[in-house]
Write a protein that binds this ligand. Structure first.
Ligand code: PGA
Length: 251
């Protein structure tokens, strides 16, 4: 039941023409190819509608990288979940460590974002992960548990079943320093157990848990070979077709 997924997170990169070219290039590269995973690209808000119109969205899912914690109204500069859904995007990345760290997104704010995303029919890709000091203090298990419980564990089993979880150790993001496949497996198995304790074994077994943090064509195969690593959330290496395709083909 559970899906393998490779998702790109473009972050604040590419102008609209550059992003369109990248999306179309990936669309071409995937044409007629059978892969053992679903493919998603997380583009800037400004690109969503054009990218969704330019590619085969049955083949490549489109994701936003954020959405507002309010439904609508006088919130200048914000983009709502319903607006994201109206572009043709089907996913939204929420709780990325860069949002938590630089934009002070708390578990409570994220809880609202997840609720609104689900209400608009979007599938959240919800990120969790510890910083280096927490890993060194051996606190990584409790940190990810608190992140899951703080934002997600009020959801009904049906809604929780719509989520994709991404474990991203903050010390591995954009640093070139990946978690080893064994480190990833250890914490992914732990996350699955935490989910099982709350929602039961079937929902936990069906939940896709992605790894993120300096994943690339060289290390992807070892990571996705692990039983609890169901794919990846890819930053840097999602910005070129040449670097992204080997990760898609790692299964
Ligand atoms: P990275 O980013 O692959 O560049 O480390 C991953 C992410 O932040 O999602």
């Amino acid at each position: 039941m559970r899906k393998n997924i490779i998702a790109g997170n473009w972050k604040m990169n590419t102008t609209l023409p550059e992003g369109l070219a990248l999306a179309k290039g990936l669309n071409e590269a995937l044409k007629g190819k059978s892969t053992k995973c679903d493919v998603i690209i997380g583009t800037p808000f400004t690109h969503l509608a054009s990218v969704a119109a330019a590619i085969d969205t049955q083949r490549i899912g489109v994701a936003a990288q954020n959405c507002a914690d309010k439904e609508k109204g006088a919130f200048t500069g914000e983009v709502s979940a319903a607006m994201v859904a109206s572009t043709g995007a089907k996913y939204v990345i929420l709780g990325h460590s860069e949002r938590r760290q630089y934009y002070h997104e708390t578990p409570e704010i994220l809880k609202e974002k997840v609720k609104l995303a689900l209400a608009s029919g979007l599938k959240p890709i919800f990120c969790v992960g510890e910083v280096l000091a927490e890993r060194e203090a051996g606190k990584h298990f409790e940190v990810v548990d608190a992140q899951l419980k703080g934002s997600l564990f009020d959801l009904s089993p049906e809604d929780f079943g719509k989520l994709i979880i991404a474990y991203e150790p903050v010390w591995a993001i954009g640093t070139g320093k990946t978690a080893t496949a064994d480190q990833a497996e250890e914490i992914h198995a732990h996350i699955r157990k935490t989910i099982a304790n709350k929602y039961g074994k079937t929902i936990a077994d069906d939940c896709t848990i992605l790894y993120g943090g300096s994943m690339n064509g060289g290390n992807a195969r070892d990571l996705v070979a692990k039983p609890d690593v169901d794919g990846g959330l890819i930053g840097g290496a999602s910005l070129s077709v040449e670097k992204f395709m080997p990760i898609v083909e790692a299964f």
